[in-house]
Ligand binder design. Structure first.
Ligand code: ATP
Ligand SMILES: Nc1nc2c(ncn2[C@@H]2O[C@H](COP(=O)(O)O)[C@@H](O)[C@H]2O)c(=O)[nH]1
Length: 213
C-alpha cells in the first residue's frame, strides 16, 4: 500500500500513535505490522532505562544517561518525553518530522503522558489504544515476558488502570486478543484514514468541482 493510495501527489504522511499498558503487546503487534505493512516507518525512542538482554542501541532504543537525555530536552530535540516508572522515555523530533514530510506514515509506540503531548502538537494524528482482554491476562503477559523484576512488574501494573482511564483521548481502541487480528484492525484503521485524507488531496477536490457543474 502506498502512502496516498494512488490518489495524487504525495502529501504528508500519517502520524500514528500506539499506546497501552505495559505488557499489552504493543511491541509484539508492531513487530507483526513490520512484517505485514512494511511501508510504515517506526520511530526509535530514547530512554534512560538500561537495555534488556538482546536489545541493541539505535534499533530498540537510543540508550542514554540522564544527563544526555536532559541535553536532548534542552536542545529541543524531543517531540515529547515522559517519566515512566522511574525512567525517561522520549521521541526524537527530527526523524518524525522528516518522515512525515517525505510522505511516509510513521508509528510511535509510546505511553499515555507522551501521547497526550503529541496530540497537542499533532491533533491530526491517529491515536490508537491497545487493550488487554483482561487485567489477569495483562499480568500473565508481563510476567511471562520474563524481562522485569518483581518491583518493575508491580510498578507497571499499578499505573495500568490510570493509563486505561485516559482512553477517551484516543481515536480508536483495539483489544489485543490475537496478534494477527490486532494487526489487521490497525491496518483497517490506516486504510480508512488514508481514504478520509484523500478527500483533502487536490485530485479528489477536482471531482467535487466536476459534480457541482
Ligand atoms: N495477543 C497476544 N496473546 C498472547 N500473548 C501476547 C499477545 N500479544 C503479546 N503477547 C505477549 O505478551 C508479552 C508482552 O508483549 P510486549 O512486550 O509486546 O508488550 P508491550 O506492550 O510492548 O510492553 P512494554 O510496554 O512493557 O514494552 C510478550 O511476552 C508477548 O509475547
Ligand atoms: N512517552 C514515551 N513513552 C515511550 C517512548 N518509548 C517507549 N515508551 C513507553 O514506555 C513504556 C515502557 O517501555 P519499556 O520498553 O521499558 O517496556 C511503554 O509503555 C512504552 O510504550 C517514548 O519515546 N515516549
Amino acid at each position: 500500500m502506498t502512502s496516498n493510495l494512488g490518489y495524487g501527489p504525495a502529501e504528508k504522511g500519517i502520524l500514528i500513535v500506539l499506546s497501552g499498558p505495559s505488557g499489552v503487546g504493543k511491541g509484539t503487534v508492531c513487530k507483526e505490522l513490520r512484517r505485514c505493512a512494511p511501508d510504515i516507518v517506526y520511530s526509535v525512542s530514547a530512554t534512560t532505562r538500561p537495555p534488556r538482554a538482546g536489545e541493541v542501541d539505535g534499533v530498540n532504543y537510543f540508550f542514554k544517561t540522564r544527563e544526555q537525555f536532559q541535553q536532548l530536552i534542552d536542545q529541543d530535540q524531543m517531540l515529547e518525553w515522559a517519566e515512566y516508572v522511574g525512567n525517561y522515555y522520549g521521541t526524537p523530533r527530527k526523524f518524525v518530522e522528516d518522515t512525515l514530510n517525505s510522505g511516509k506514515d510513521i508509528i510511535l509506540e509510546i505511553e499515555v503522558q507522551g501521547a497526550l503531548k503529541v496530540k497537542q502538537k499533532f491533533p491530526e494524528g491517529v491515536f490508537i489504544f491497545l487493550l488487554p482482554p483482561s487485567l489477569n491476562e495483562l499480568e500473565s503477559r508481563i510476567v511471562g515476558r520474563g524481562t522485569e523484576s518483581e518491583d518493575s512488574i508491580r510498578s507497571r501494573l499499578s499505573v495500568a488502570l490510570d493509563e486505561i482511564a485516559l482512553i477517551e483521548h484516543y481515536d480508536y481502541a483495539i483489544i489485543n486478543d490475537q496478534v494477527e487480528l490486532a494487526c489487521s484492525r490497525i491496518r483497517s484503521i490506516l486504510t480508512a484514514e488514508h481514504c478520509r485524507k484523500a478527500r483533502m488531496v487536490s485530485k479528489i477536490k477536482h471531482w467535487m468541482a466536476e459534480v457541482k457543474k
